[in-house]
Design a protein around this ligand. Structure first.
Ligand code: PA5
Length: 469
Protein backbone atom coordinates (compact mmCIF):
# COMPACT_ATOMS: atom_id res chain seq x y z
CA UNK A 1 0.00 0.00 0.00
CA UNK A 2 1.30 3.46 -0.90
CA UNK A 3 2.36 5.55 2.10
CA UNK A 4 0.05 8.39 3.03
CA UNK A 5 1.54 11.73 2.18
CA UNK A 6 1.13 15.47 1.79
CA UNK A 7 0.82 17.56 -1.35
CA UNK A 8 0.97 21.26 -2.16
CA UNK A 9 -2.02 22.63 -4.07
CA UNK A 10 -1.37 26.01 -5.70
CA UNK A 11 -4.08 26.59 -8.31
CA UNK A 12 -5.73 29.19 -6.09
CA UNK A 13 -2.85 31.63 -6.39
CA UNK A 14 -3.03 31.73 -10.17
CA UNK A 15 -4.39 34.58 -12.27
CA UNK A 16 -6.89 32.13 -13.75
CA UNK A 17 -8.62 31.99 -10.37
CA UNK A 18 -8.08 35.39 -8.74
CA UNK A 19 -7.30 37.59 -11.75
CA UNK A 20 -4.18 39.24 -13.10
CA UNK A 21 -3.84 41.91 -10.42
CA UNK A 22 -3.52 39.51 -7.49
CA UNK A 23 -2.91 36.13 -9.14
CA UNK A 24 0.33 34.82 -10.60
CA UNK A 25 0.20 34.86 -14.40
CA UNK A 26 1.78 32.07 -16.49
CA UNK A 27 4.52 34.53 -17.51
CA UNK A 28 5.29 35.41 -13.90
CA UNK A 29 5.32 31.73 -13.02
CA UNK A 30 7.87 31.06 -15.77
CA UNK A 31 10.05 33.88 -14.44
CA UNK A 32 9.83 32.43 -10.93
CA UNK A 33 10.84 29.00 -12.27
CA UNK A 34 13.84 30.53 -14.03
CA UNK A 35 14.98 32.35 -10.91
CA UNK A 36 14.39 29.48 -8.49
CA UNK A 37 15.77 26.59 -10.59
CA UNK A 38 19.46 27.47 -10.10
CA UNK A 39 18.88 28.02 -6.39
CA UNK A 40 17.69 24.43 -5.95
CA UNK A 41 20.98 23.33 -7.51
CA UNK A 42 22.90 25.72 -5.27
CA UNK A 43 21.14 24.37 -2.19
CA UNK A 44 21.94 20.81 -3.18
CA UNK A 45 25.58 21.82 -3.66
CA UNK A 46 25.63 23.58 -0.27
CA UNK A 47 24.40 20.38 1.30
CA UNK A 48 27.18 18.37 -0.34
CA UNK A 49 29.80 20.72 1.09
CA UNK A 50 28.35 20.45 4.60
CA UNK A 51 26.88 23.96 4.76
CA UNK A 52 23.38 22.81 5.74
CA UNK A 53 23.74 19.81 8.07
CA UNK A 54 20.05 19.95 8.99
CA UNK A 55 19.38 18.47 5.54
CA UNK A 56 20.96 15.18 6.60
CA UNK A 57 19.14 14.76 9.92
CA UNK A 58 16.47 12.40 8.52
CA UNK A 59 19.30 10.08 7.44
CA UNK A 60 21.14 10.11 10.81
CA UNK A 61 20.17 6.65 12.03
CA UNK A 62 22.86 7.00 14.69
CA UNK A 63 20.87 9.76 16.40
CA UNK A 64 17.61 7.80 16.35
CA UNK A 65 19.47 4.79 17.73
CA UNK A 66 20.99 6.77 20.59
CA UNK A 67 17.62 8.36 21.38
CA UNK A 68 15.85 4.99 21.45
CA UNK A 69 18.53 3.51 23.70
CA UNK A 70 18.08 6.41 26.10
CA UNK A 71 14.30 6.02 26.05
CA UNK A 72 14.70 2.35 26.98
CA UNK A 73 16.90 3.40 29.89
CA UNK A 74 14.64 6.21 31.14
CA UNK A 75 11.18 4.95 30.49
CA UNK A 76 10.86 2.61 33.44
CA UNK A 77 9.28 4.54 36.26
CA UNK A 78 9.16 7.83 34.40
CA UNK A 79 5.72 9.38 34.87
CA UNK A 80 6.54 12.93 33.79
CA UNK A 81 8.88 14.14 31.09
CA UNK A 82 9.69 17.84 31.26
CA UNK A 83 11.39 19.84 28.52
CA UNK A 84 13.17 23.01 29.58
CA UNK A 85 13.85 24.99 26.41
CA UNK A 86 12.82 28.00 24.39
CA UNK A 87 12.42 28.86 20.70
CA UNK A 88 14.01 26.15 18.60
CA UNK A 89 14.63 24.13 21.76
CA UNK A 90 10.93 23.84 22.54
CA UNK A 91 8.57 24.62 19.65
CA UNK A 92 9.34 21.40 17.79
CA UNK A 93 8.68 19.31 20.93
CA UNK A 94 5.33 20.99 21.43
CA UNK A 95 4.39 20.66 17.75
CA UNK A 96 5.15 16.94 17.60
CA UNK A 97 3.22 16.25 20.77
CA UNK A 98 0.11 18.16 19.67
CA UNK A 99 0.22 16.62 16.20
CA UNK A 100 0.82 13.02 17.11
CA UNK A 101 -0.58 12.36 20.56
CA UNK A 102 -4.20 12.59 21.73
CA UNK A 103 -5.61 15.84 23.07
CA UNK A 104 -6.11 14.30 26.53
CA UNK A 105 -2.64 12.71 26.61
CA UNK A 106 -1.57 14.26 29.90
CA UNK A 107 -4.90 13.79 31.63
CA UNK A 108 -5.95 10.28 30.69
CA UNK A 109 -3.49 7.41 31.37
CA UNK A 110 -5.45 5.25 28.92
CA UNK A 111 -4.58 7.67 26.13
CA UNK A 112 -0.83 7.67 26.68
CA UNK A 113 1.73 4.92 26.32
CA UNK A 114 4.43 6.80 28.24
CA UNK A 115 4.91 9.71 30.61
CA UNK A 116 3.02 13.00 30.66
CA UNK A 117 4.83 15.74 28.73
CA UNK A 118 5.37 19.29 29.93
CA UNK A 119 7.32 21.84 27.92
CA UNK A 120 8.39 24.97 29.76
CA UNK A 121 9.37 27.55 27.18
CA UNK A 122 8.88 30.56 29.38
CA UNK A 123 10.12 31.87 32.70
CA UNK A 124 6.90 33.01 34.27
CA UNK A 125 7.34 32.24 37.99
CA UNK A 126 3.59 31.74 38.47
CA UNK A 127 3.54 28.99 35.84
CA UNK A 128 6.68 27.17 36.98
CA UNK A 129 5.80 27.47 40.69
CA UNK A 130 2.43 25.85 40.06
CA UNK A 131 4.19 22.96 38.33
CA UNK A 132 6.73 22.61 41.13
CA UNK A 133 3.91 22.50 43.69
CA UNK A 134 2.37 19.63 41.77
CA UNK A 135 5.54 17.67 40.98
CA UNK A 136 7.12 18.02 44.45
CA UNK A 137 6.47 14.45 45.61
CA UNK A 138 7.00 12.93 42.16
CA UNK A 139 10.49 14.22 41.41
CA UNK A 140 12.02 10.76 41.39
CA UNK A 141 9.51 9.82 38.67
CA UNK A 142 10.21 12.91 36.62
CA UNK A 143 12.89 13.38 33.97
CA UNK A 144 13.94 16.90 33.00
CA UNK A 145 15.38 17.33 29.51
CA UNK A 146 17.20 20.64 29.42
CA UNK A 147 17.80 21.68 25.83
CA UNK A 148 20.11 24.55 24.91
CA UNK A 149 22.52 24.54 22.02
CA UNK A 150 24.51 27.53 23.25
CA UNK A 151 24.04 26.69 26.91
CA UNK A 152 23.92 30.41 27.64
CA UNK A 153 20.26 31.28 27.12
CA UNK A 154 19.05 32.92 30.33
CA UNK A 155 15.54 31.47 30.22
CA UNK A 156 16.79 27.90 29.99
CA UNK A 157 19.75 28.36 32.34
CA UNK A 158 17.52 29.89 35.02
CA UNK A 159 15.04 27.04 34.83
CA UNK A 160 17.86 24.53 35.05
CA UNK A 161 19.32 26.23 38.11
CA UNK A 162 15.92 26.23 39.83
CA UNK A 163 15.33 22.55 39.07
CA UNK A 164 18.91 21.67 40.02
CA UNK A 165 18.46 23.20 43.46
CA UNK A 166 15.10 21.49 43.95
CA UNK A 167 16.60 18.15 42.96
CA UNK A 168 19.72 18.59 45.09
CA UNK A 169 17.61 19.62 48.09
CA UNK A 170 15.20 16.74 47.67
CA UNK A 171 17.10 13.88 46.11
CA UNK A 172 20.75 14.90 46.53
CA UNK A 173 23.56 14.78 43.95
CA UNK A 174 22.55 11.37 42.63
CA UNK A 175 19.02 12.65 42.11
CA UNK A 176 20.29 15.57 40.06
CA UNK A 177 22.42 13.24 37.99
CA UNK A 178 19.64 10.73 37.42
CA UNK A 179 16.72 13.02 36.70
CA UNK A 180 18.33 15.37 34.15
CA UNK A 181 19.20 14.81 30.51
CA UNK A 182 21.17 17.60 28.83
CA UNK A 183 20.82 18.20 25.09
CA UNK A 184 23.47 20.67 24.00
CA UNK A 185 26.48 21.48 21.85
CA UNK A 186 28.89 18.52 21.63
CA UNK A 187 31.79 20.52 23.05
CA UNK A 188 31.05 24.08 24.12
CA UNK A 189 28.93 26.07 26.54
CA UNK A 190 27.88 26.23 30.17
CA UNK A 191 25.39 23.38 29.87
CA UNK A 192 28.06 21.09 28.47
CA UNK A 193 30.30 21.99 31.44
CA UNK A 194 27.53 21.37 33.98
CA UNK A 195 26.66 18.08 32.30
CA UNK A 196 30.23 16.86 32.32
CA UNK A 197 30.85 18.03 35.86
CA UNK A 198 27.76 16.24 37.22
CA UNK A 199 28.00 13.23 34.92
CA UNK A 200 24.58 13.87 33.37
CA UNK A 201 23.21 11.85 30.50
CA UNK A 202 23.77 13.86 27.32
CA UNK A 203 22.51 14.19 23.79
CA UNK A 204 23.93 16.47 21.13
CA UNK A 205 22.61 19.34 19.05
CA UNK A 206 24.65 18.53 15.93
CA UNK A 207 27.28 21.01 14.77
CA UNK A 208 25.94 23.60 12.37
CA UNK A 209 22.28 22.89 13.10
CA UNK A 210 20.52 25.95 14.50
CA UNK A 211 17.67 25.66 17.01
CA UNK A 212 14.85 26.21 14.53
CA UNK A 213 16.21 23.52 12.20
CA UNK A 214 16.81 21.00 14.97
CA UNK A 215 13.43 19.31 15.41
CA UNK A 216 14.58 16.13 13.64
CA UNK A 217 17.70 15.86 15.82
CA UNK A 218 17.80 14.66 19.44
CA UNK A 219 16.26 18.04 20.34
CA UNK A 220 12.83 17.00 19.07
CA UNK A 221 13.23 13.24 18.99
CA UNK A 222 13.78 12.43 22.67
CA UNK A 223 10.53 13.86 24.05
CA UNK A 224 8.66 12.45 21.05
CA UNK A 225 10.04 8.94 21.52
CA UNK A 226 9.52 9.07 25.29
CA UNK A 227 5.86 9.85 24.66
CA UNK A 228 5.36 6.99 22.22
CA UNK A 229 5.72 8.79 18.89
CA UNK A 230 7.17 6.63 16.12
CA UNK A 231 10.35 8.58 15.38
CA UNK A 232 11.41 6.11 12.68
CA UNK A 233 8.25 6.89 10.76
CA UNK A 234 8.76 10.60 11.33
CA UNK A 235 12.27 10.41 9.86
CA UNK A 236 11.07 8.20 7.03
CA UNK A 237 8.51 10.87 6.12
CA UNK A 238 11.24 13.50 6.10
CA UNK A 239 13.48 11.29 3.93
CA UNK A 240 10.63 10.78 1.54
CA UNK A 241 10.17 14.55 1.24
CA UNK A 242 13.93 14.95 0.86
CA UNK A 243 13.71 13.16 -2.50
CA UNK A 244 11.00 15.54 -3.69
CA UNK A 245 12.62 18.77 -2.53
CA UNK A 246 16.05 17.84 -3.83
CA UNK A 247 14.65 17.44 -7.33
CA UNK A 248 16.16 20.08 -9.61
CA UNK A 249 13.07 20.35 -11.82
CA UNK A 250 11.24 23.38 -10.41
CA UNK A 251 7.85 22.17 -11.63
CA UNK A 252 7.90 18.99 -9.56
CA UNK A 253 9.60 20.38 -6.47
CA UNK A 254 7.02 21.44 -3.85
CA UNK A 255 9.53 23.40 -1.74
CA UNK A 256 10.68 25.37 -4.78
CA UNK A 257 7.14 26.21 -5.87
CA UNK A 258 6.13 27.08 -2.31
CA UNK A 259 9.17 29.33 -1.78
CA UNK A 260 8.76 31.01 -5.18
CA UNK A 261 5.08 31.79 -4.56
CA UNK A 262 5.85 33.22 -1.13
CA UNK A 263 8.69 35.29 -2.61
CA UNK A 264 6.46 36.56 -5.42
CA UNK A 265 3.78 37.74 -3.03
CA UNK A 266 6.24 39.43 -0.70
CA UNK A 267 7.44 41.45 -3.69
CA UNK A 268 3.86 42.22 -4.70
CA UNK A 269 2.73 43.82 -1.46
CA UNK A 270 1.51 40.71 0.36
CA UNK A 271 3.98 40.65 3.19
CA UNK A 272 1.93 38.69 5.66
CA UNK A 273 1.88 34.93 5.46
CA UNK A 274 -1.01 33.28 7.28
CA UNK A 275 -0.86 29.57 8.02
CA UNK A 276 -4.26 28.20 8.94
CA UNK A 277 -4.60 24.49 9.75
CA UNK A 278 -8.07 22.97 9.70
CA UNK A 279 -7.04 20.38 12.27
CA UNK A 280 -6.37 20.96 15.95
CA UNK A 281 -3.50 18.47 15.77
CA UNK A 282 -1.63 20.70 13.31
CA UNK A 283 -2.05 23.94 15.21
CA UNK A 284 1.36 23.91 16.90
CA UNK A 285 3.10 23.02 13.65
CA UNK A 286 1.86 26.43 12.50
CA UNK A 287 3.57 27.88 15.59
CA UNK A 288 6.76 26.00 14.77
CA UNK A 289 6.56 27.35 11.19
CA UNK A 290 6.08 30.89 12.55
CA UNK A 291 9.45 30.77 14.28
CA UNK A 292 11.20 29.04 11.37
CA UNK A 293 9.93 31.64 8.93
CA UNK A 294 10.39 34.71 11.12
CA UNK A 295 13.87 34.02 12.47
CA UNK A 296 15.19 32.71 9.18
CA UNK A 297 13.82 35.34 6.82
CA UNK A 298 13.59 38.51 8.91
CA UNK A 299 16.94 40.16 8.21
CA UNK A 300 18.38 43.68 8.14
CA UNK A 301 21.06 42.97 5.54
CA UNK A 302 21.36 40.89 2.42
CA UNK A 303 24.35 38.72 1.62
CA UNK A 304 26.21 41.65 0.08
CA UNK A 305 25.80 43.60 3.31
CA UNK A 306 23.25 46.07 1.87
CA UNK A 307 20.53 47.20 4.25
CA UNK A 308 17.27 45.57 3.13
CA UNK A 309 15.07 45.00 6.21
CA UNK A 310 13.35 42.11 4.58
CA UNK A 311 11.02 39.35 5.75
CA UNK A 312 7.44 38.19 5.43
CA UNK A 313 5.48 38.25 8.69
CA UNK A 314 4.16 34.79 9.56
CA UNK A 315 0.82 34.59 11.31
CA UNK A 316 -0.85 31.49 12.67
CA UNK A 317 -4.57 30.96 12.70
CA UNK A 318 -6.74 27.92 13.36
CA UNK A 319 -9.73 26.76 11.38
CA UNK A 320 -12.58 26.78 12.18
CA UNK A 321 -11.89 28.73 15.42
CA UNK A 322 -10.42 31.82 13.76
CA UNK A 323 -13.20 32.09 11.21
CA UNK A 324 -14.94 33.74 14.13
CA UNK A 325 -12.00 35.96 14.97
CA UNK A 326 -9.80 36.74 11.95
CA UNK A 327 -11.60 35.97 8.70
CA UNK A 328 -13.54 39.25 8.63
CA UNK A 329 -10.18 41.02 8.37
CA UNK A 330 -8.70 38.44 6.03
CA UNK A 331 -11.51 38.83 3.51
CA UNK A 332 -12.37 42.51 3.73
CA UNK A 333 -9.26 44.15 5.14
CA UNK A 334 -6.16 45.00 3.10
CA UNK A 335 -5.26 42.44 0.43
CA UNK A 336 -1.77 42.06 1.87
CA UNK A 337 -1.70 38.38 2.84
CA UNK A 338 -0.92 35.01 1.36
CA UNK A 339 -2.91 32.20 2.98
CA UNK A 340 -1.71 28.64 3.45
CA UNK A 341 -4.34 26.21 4.62
CA UNK A 342 -3.45 22.84 6.11
CA UNK A 343 -6.19 20.43 5.15
CA UNK A 344 -6.65 16.86 6.36
CA UNK A 345 -8.50 14.36 4.20
CA UNK A 346 -8.87 11.49 6.68
CA UNK A 347 -9.24 12.01 10.40
CA UNK A 348 -8.32 9.18 12.78
CA UNK A 349 -11.51 9.60 14.76
CA UNK A 350 -15.01 10.43 13.61
CA UNK A 351 -18.10 11.76 15.31
CA UNK A 352 -21.56 11.78 13.84
CA UNK A 353 -23.71 14.78 14.56
CA UNK A 354 -26.86 13.77 16.45
CA UNK A 355 -30.46 14.30 15.33
CA UNK A 356 -32.08 17.72 15.65
CA UNK A 357 -34.86 18.00 18.23
CA UNK A 358 -38.34 18.60 16.85
CA UNK A 359 -38.37 22.14 18.22
CA UNK A 360 -35.32 23.10 16.07
CA UNK A 361 -35.92 21.71 12.57
CA UNK A 362 -33.60 24.37 11.17
CA UNK A 363 -30.66 22.31 12.51
CA UNK A 364 -31.76 19.24 10.57
CA UNK A 365 -29.15 19.97 7.87
CA UNK A 366 -26.44 18.98 10.37
CA UNK A 367 -28.08 15.79 11.62
CA UNK A 368 -26.27 12.59 10.71
CA UNK A 369 -23.30 14.36 9.11
CA UNK A 370 -19.73 13.55 10.07
CA UNK A 371 -18.03 16.27 12.11
CA UNK A 372 -14.98 16.03 9.84
CA UNK A 373 -17.21 16.77 6.84
CA UNK A 374 -18.33 19.97 8.53
CA UNK A 375 -14.70 20.95 9.26
CA UNK A 376 -13.60 20.24 5.67
CA UNK A 377 -16.55 22.18 4.29
CA UNK A 378 -15.69 25.10 6.54
CA UNK A 379 -12.22 25.18 5.01
CA UNK A 380 -13.69 25.18 1.51
CA UNK A 381 -16.16 27.88 2.52
CA UNK A 382 -13.44 30.13 3.96
CA UNK A 383 -11.20 29.62 0.96
CA UNK A 384 -14.09 30.37 -1.39
CA UNK A 385 -14.87 33.58 0.50
CA UNK A 386 -11.23 34.68 0.28
CA UNK A 387 -10.92 33.81 -3.41
CA UNK A 388 -14.06 35.81 -4.17
CA UNK A 389 -12.11 38.82 -2.90
CA UNK A 390 -8.96 37.90 -4.87
CA UNK A 391 -6.97 36.69 -1.84
CA UNK A 392 -4.31 34.10 -2.85
CA UNK A 393 -4.61 30.72 -1.16
CA UNK A 394 -2.24 27.74 -1.00
CA UNK A 395 -3.16 24.43 0.59
CA UNK A 396 -1.07 21.64 2.03
CA UNK A 397 -3.20 18.52 1.71
CA UNK A 398 -2.55 15.82 4.32
CA UNK A 399 -3.93 12.38 3.46
CA UNK A 400 -3.91 11.89 7.23
CA UNK A 401 -2.02 13.30 10.21
CA UNK A 402 0.58 10.72 11.26
CA UNK A 403 4.30 10.60 11.96
CA UNK A 404 5.07 10.04 8.28
CA UNK A 405 3.10 13.04 6.98
CA UNK A 406 4.29 15.26 9.82
CA UNK A 407 7.88 14.32 8.96
CA UNK A 408 7.16 15.27 5.37
CA UNK A 409 5.66 18.59 6.39
CA UNK A 410 8.60 19.50 8.62
CA UNK A 411 11.13 18.79 5.91
CA UNK A 412 9.06 20.53 3.25
CA UNK A 413 8.96 23.71 5.29
CA UNK A 414 12.62 23.58 6.30
CA UNK A 415 13.72 23.39 2.68
CA UNK A 416 11.08 25.92 1.60
CA UNK A 417 12.63 28.28 4.14
CA UNK A 418 16.14 27.68 2.79
CA UNK A 419 14.96 28.36 -0.75
CA UNK A 420 13.00 31.45 0.28
CA UNK A 421 16.13 32.73 2.04
CA UNK A 422 18.15 32.13 -1.13
CA UNK A 423 15.53 34.00 -3.21
CA UNK A 424 15.65 36.94 -0.80
CA UNK A 425 19.46 36.80 -0.89
CA UNK A 426 19.86 36.75 2.88
CA UNK A 427 21.57 34.57 5.48
CA UNK A 428 18.79 32.17 6.49
CA UNK A 429 20.69 30.57 9.33
CA UNK A 430 21.76 33.38 11.65
CA UNK A 431 19.67 35.33 14.21
CA UNK A 432 21.59 38.46 15.26
CA UNK A 433 18.51 40.13 16.72
CA UNK A 434 17.84 37.16 18.99
CA UNK A 435 21.47 37.22 20.10
CA UNK A 436 21.28 40.94 20.88
CA UNK A 437 18.25 40.26 23.06
CA UNK A 438 20.22 37.56 24.89
CA UNK A 439 23.17 39.91 25.41
CA UNK A 440 20.92 42.71 26.66
CA UNK A 441 19.28 40.36 29.17
CA UNK A 442 22.70 39.27 30.34
CA UNK A 443 23.72 42.90 30.74
CA UNK A 444 20.56 43.78 32.70
CA UNK A 445 21.10 40.83 35.02
CA UNK A 446 24.68 41.95 35.74
CA UNK A 447 26.48 39.40 33.58
CA UNK A 448 30.26 39.78 33.37
CA UNK A 449 31.68 41.42 30.24
CA UNK A 450 28.44 43.28 29.45
CA UNK A 451 29.14 46.49 31.37
CA UNK A 452 29.12 48.76 28.32
CA UNK A 453 25.83 47.33 27.05
CA UNK A 454 24.36 47.70 30.56
CA UNK A 455 25.36 51.37 30.52
CA UNK A 456 23.58 51.87 27.17
CA UNK A 457 20.41 50.19 28.41
CA UNK A 458 20.30 52.01 31.75
CA UNK A 459 18.23 55.02 30.51
CA UNK A 460 15.53 52.59 29.38
CA UNK A 461 15.23 51.03 32.82
CA UNK A 462 13.67 54.11 34.42
CA UNK A 463 10.17 55.35 33.71
CA UNK A 464 9.87 59.02 32.75
CA UNK A 465 6.88 59.96 34.90
CA UNK A 466 5.88 62.86 32.63
CA UNK A 467 4.76 60.24 30.11
CA UNK A 468 2.78 58.22 32.66
CA UNK A 469 -0.98 58.77 32.59
O1 PA5 B 1 16.21 28.98 16.57
C1 PA5 B 1 17.00 29.53 17.29
O2 PA5 B 1 18.21 29.66 16.98
C2 PA5 B 1 16.59 30.07 18.64
O3 PA5 B 1 15.21 30.12 18.77
C3 PA5 B 1 17.16 29.21 19.75
O4 PA5 B 1 16.69 27.91 19.60
C4 PA5 B 1 16.78 29.74 21.12
O5 PA5 B 1 17.17 31.08 21.24
C5 PA5 B 1 17.45 28.92 22.22
O6 PA5 B 1 18.84 28.94 22.01
P1 PA5 B 1 19.79 27.87 22.68
O7 PA5 B 1 19.33 26.52 22.27
O8 PA5 B 1 21.15 28.20 22.17
O9 PA5 B 1 19.68 28.06 24.15
Amino acid sequence: MAQEGIRLYYKNVTSGIIGDEHGITPGEFDALAEKTGPLIKQLNADRETGKTPYRDLPHRTDIAKRVKALVAELKNGCENFVVLGIGGSALGNIALQTALNPYMHNIDPNQRPGPRLFVFDNIDPVQLASFLDWVGDKLDKTIFNVISKSGRTAEIASQLLIIRKVLLDTLGGEGFKNQIVATTDPRRGALRKIAEDAGLRCLEVPDGVGGRFSILSAVGLLSAAMCGIDIDLLLEGARDMDKKVSCEDFHTNPAAINAAINYHYYNHGKRISVMMPYSFALKDLADWYRQLWAESLGKANDLSGAEVHIGPTPVKALGATDQHSQVQLYREGPNDKLFTFLQVDNFDRELTIGPAPECAPELEYLAGADLSKLLKNEKTATEFALLQNQRPCLSILFDRVNAHTVGQFIYLYEVTTSLAGALFGINTYDQPAVELGKDATLALMGGAGCEELARQIKPFTVLDKSFLV
